[in-house]
Design a protein around this ligand. Structure first.
Ligand code: NAD
Ligand code: TYD
Length: 351
């Protein structure tokens, strides 16, 4: 198992990043965790309120696209590990504004790679650059089959193309300069602190507000869902025990067609909100499909299971209930993010 002193987590104020930061700050008192985040619409320091005063945690506000700032940060703090989650992460926004995705996901990643490589190139021992990526780099599956680490890249959206590109650069820095890296490609996450532009939190928020539930196309698209804390556990394991220059796929063994998932969520919301059965389902509206919509994602997570012993621990039933409970108990968090820019985004995207 590798050991670290100063770990840079990028994008730690976002959905997955905040779960990763919390896990590392609480479980590894011997490390100092630096959370670098520029706080885009998706970054929210409220996500980390409970750990912000911990002595082994520092928040740094800054942009990974700013080369000078990134270089100075690496020189100043002398990180020995990087867990890179900062990204533009929403497919629909990438369709509307692809260049932002190239800037942050590709150029921003390059800036981190260069800074890490410059700092570490004299001695790569006990150093690690961990790039967090997505199963979407593999494109779309048909009705059958699973993505393995050997599946060819075939990204279909500007988001997935930018993530595929950054994966290639990380690998190239390993091959060309010897940079010690690991990559994981994970399936769709869900859980607390998820920004309400993605399917599950968007629909929870809409049901709470009696707004329509915009299902794209016929709703027969399939995703493999993983509870966010199971992903954070996988990240912890791969960071400490994964083999250098290896990629691991992470997934939930939990495939759902969107429409079926939405119906399960509707039933749960009716129960929690004590509304008559069927009230949430009545909000379902089939809307114009997403262009380039990938039919199906599903992960074969055998490698991480066999090599590192990881498997998801939270069932979908438990995870969905925990998620719904969190949103019902944290309406202030939700109200603070569904205002201003969010309303403009919503209008443009759905009307
Ligand atoms: P998110 O959008 O919730 O959070 C992204 C974070 O990055 C935000 O806090 C944002 O402020 C920050 N950020 C964005 N641009 C930045 C910049 N230029 N400089 C510094 N910080 C910046 O995303 P998420 O869902 O938590 O995803 C995190 C990572 O995991 C991403 O790399 C994403 O591609 C990957 N991933 C996500 C999923 C998923 O289902 N959400 C699945 C697999 C992989
Ligand atoms: P999303 O949460 O955006 O994640 P991704 O595109 O990365 O898989 O979408 C999950 C699925 O839900 C995807 O098939 C698109 C669909 N979807 C809708 O039907 N309606 C919506 O309003 C959103 C945001 C997504």
């Amino acid at each position: 198992m590798l050991n670290f002193k100063k770990i840079l987590v990028t994008g730690g104020a976002g959905f997955i990043g905040s779960h990763v930061v919390r896990r590392f700050v609480l479980n590894y008192k011997q490390y100092h965790i630096y959370n670098l985040d520029t706080l885009t619409y998706a970054g929210n320091l409220e996500n980390l309120k409970d750990v912000e005063k911990c002595s082994n945690y520092t928040f740094v506000k800054g942009d990974i696209n700013d080369i000078e700032f990134v270089n100075e940060l690496f020189m100043k703090f002398n990180f020995d590990g990087v867990i890179h989650l900062a990204a533009e992460s929403h497919v629909d926004r990438s369709i509307a504004n692809p260049l932002t995705f190239v800037k942050t996901n590709v150029i921003g990643t390059m800036n981190l790679l260069n800074a890490a490589n410059d700092l570490w190139k004299k001695d790569y021992t006990n150093k690690r650059f961990y790039h967090i990526s997505t199963d979407e780099v593999y494109g779309s599956l048909g009705e059958k089959g699973l993505f393995t680490e050997l599946s060819p890249f075939a990204p279909n959206s500007p988001y997935s193309a930018s993530k595929a590109s950054s994966n290639h650069f990380v690998r190239a820095y390993g091959e060309t300069y010897g940079l010690p890296y690991v990559i994981t490609n994970c399936s769709n996450n869900y859980g607390p602190n998820h920004f309400p532009e993605k399917l599950i939190p968007l629909f929870i928020n809409n049901i709470m507000n009696n707004k329509s539930l915009p299902v794209y196309g016929d709703g027969n698209y399939t995703r493999d869902w993983l509870y966010v804390e199971d992903h954070a556990k996988a990240i912890d394991l791969v960071f400490h025990k994964g083999k250098n220059h290896e990629t691991y796929n992470v997934g939930g063994f939990n495939e759902w067609r969107n429409i079926e998932l939405v119906k399960v969520l509707c039933k749960l919301m009716d129960k929690k909100l004590k509304r008559p059965s069927g009230s949430s389902e009545a909000l379902i509206t089939f809307v114009k499909d997403r262009p380039g919509h990938d039919l199906r994602y599903a992960i074969d997570a055998t490698k991480i299971n066999e090599e590192l012993g990881w498997k998801p621990e939270v069932t979908f039933e438990e995870g969905l209930e925990k998620t719904v409970n969190w949103y019902l108990e944290n309406q202030e968090w939700l109200n603070n993010v569904v205002c201003g820019d969010y309303l403009n985004y919503y209008k443009k995207q759905y009307q």
